[in-house]
Design a protein around this ligand. Structure first.
Ligand code: ATP
Length: 458
């Protein structure tokens, strides 16, 4: 498996992901998706939407606002409990998430903040990753929500939060969606969008950032059927990653321990990926949120959010199963998973190192590269004739610079499934050479058949 440095370098060099506002020295842990990255991430989100919404009868979509009525976050429990334990190294004053410090022991209750002798005792076992010191402040709960102000006056009545999860936009719209679509339970509402968390220790490239994109679906079901649906969605979500080529050996399920369950959860199972910077890291969490959220919103808003089951002639608050994935983490995992270095035959007759991103074709940023053999003007009309109809169907890269071998390598490195080469014979025989990224096999195809040839394969 590739190390992170290789992946980060590839991303920067080839225009997948850049440090944000880099000309000003960057902003720690924020990243911008470049021309290839925006395509890859959009393809990941589209693949999710296709699987979760388009191919199903029982899930509909939603795009709710990032800013929501502040009461939303009181009802959801985020104001009170969406916190991480923050500790500060007493030597270098760097701050860390206590539960991410290897060896950290949770403090016993009754310890007062700032009680130095006890502080040292409590933190024994954990070492500052920055300076090696073993003394920390007491952990204190740090709320991860970004606060801002709506309108011109910055006072408490104008305070709003940037959403830390997309889920609440779904819960507050549950009734409107159910009534307008006339969906019967069980059904789901899916949403893809930005979320914000003021993470104490962001890092590992786009794995943990303060601004990120989530792909979440809330599946509303009858109480008592929730455990069955939970298992169903755990299986479905694993199948999705496999469908898009993620290697089974690099994925696993992890059951949350009772003491790590979120305040709303009855059971949570994570799908984890073998990221190179950690043993295993969460890709997606699949939680049984019970009737917690709808009950809370009903209480705080005064609105009836129960569902009337006509067949059973009874009213209940639905239970909710939530598969919650990160678009950035999934994109990163697909990139890492697809990265391969191998020996390939070179033009000289020897072998050379080939870097190839074996991305699933649906995820590949560019589907086809059109490569005129040289910049000779005679090739231009044929190259244009080939390119224009292809653009109607797929993202196309047109590259006429450098040796053909080098151009193949450049396309392999960014995962382009097919290269179409136009040579001098193409002018007369109206045929081109199509090269397959994975097999490196080359076929001679009449230009008139090119769209259908590629269409069958893409
Ligand atoms: P972690 O334990 O890694 O902080 P979490 O359990 O808090 O994650 P969830 O609240 O379950 O995460 O969010 C669902 C998904 O959203 C995660 O599985 C992840 O893919 C993504 N996600 C959450 N926080 C971040 C972040 N700071 N940066 C990038 N993606 C994130």
């Amino acid at each position: 498996m590739a190390n992170m440095e290789t992946i980060v370098n590839l991303c920067k060099r080839r225009g997948f992901i850049f440090p944000s506002s880099e000309i000003y020295g960057g902003l720690r842990s924020t990243w911008d998706y470049g021309p290839l990255g925006v395509e890859l991430k959009r393809n990941v989100k589209n693949a999710w939407w296709r699987w979760m919404v388009q191919l199903r009868e029982d899930v509909v979509g939603l795009d709710a606002a990032i800013l929501m009525a502040p009461k939303t976050w009181e009802a959801s429990g985020h104001v009170e409990t969406f916190t991480d334990p923050l500790v500060e190294c007493l030597n270098c004053h760097q701050r860390f998430r206590a539960d991410h410090l290897p060896g950290f022991h949770a403090p016993q209750s009754g310890h007062e903040e700032g009680a130095d002798s006890e502080t040292v005792d409590m933190a024994r076992g954990a070492k500052c990753p920055n300076c090696g010191n073993k003394k920390f402040t007491d952990p204190r709960n740090f709320n991860l929500m970004f606060k801002t102000y709506m309108g011109p006056v910055e006072d408490a009545t104008a305070a709003v939060w940037l959403r830390p999860e997309t889920a609440q936009g779904i819960f507050v719209n549950f009734m409107s969606v159910q009534q307008t679509t006339r969906k019967k339970i069980p059904f789901g509402i899916a949403q893809v969008g930005k979320s914000f968390r003021n993470e104490i220790t962001p890092g590992n490239f786009v794995y943990r950032t303060r601004e990120f994109e989530q792909m979440e679906m809330e599946f509303f079901c009858e109480p008592g059927t929730d455990e069955k649906w939970h298992q169903y969605w755990i299986d479905e979500r694993q199948a999705w990653y496999a469908r898009y080529g993620m290697q089974a050996d690099n994925m696993r399920l992890r059951e949350h321990e009772q003491d790590e369950l979120s305040h709303y959860s009855k059971r949570t199972v994570d799908i984890e990926y073998k990221f190179p910077f950690t043993d295993w890291g969460e890709l997606e969490g699949i939680a049984n949120r019970t009737d917690f959220d709808l009950t809370q919103h009903s209480k705080f808003s005064g609105q009836d959010l129960t569902y009337f089951d006509q067949e059973k002639n009874e009213r209940y608050t639905p239970f909710v199963i939530e598969p919650a994935a990160g678009a950035d983490r999934a994109t990163l995992a697909f990139l890492i998973d697809a990265y391969h270095e191998e020996e390939a035959p070179a033009a000289s007759g020897k072998t050379e190192k080939r870097t190839v991103l074996r991305l699933h074709k649906d995820l590949a940023p560019m589907k086809v590269a059109v490569l005129p053999l040289s910049r000779n003007e005679k090739l231009v009309p044929t190259a244009r004739e080939v390119t224009t109809p292809l653009r109607e169907h797929w993202m196309i890269d047109y590259d006429d610079a450098g040796s053909i071998g080098r151009r193949y390598r450049r396309q392999d490195e960014v995962g382009t499934p097919y290269c179409v080469t136009i040579d001098f014979e193409s002018i007369d025989d109206h045929a081109v050479t199509v090269r397959d990224r994975d097999t490196m096999q080359q076929d001679r195809i009449p230009i008139s058949d090119l769209v259908s040839y590629l269409g069958e394969r893409l």
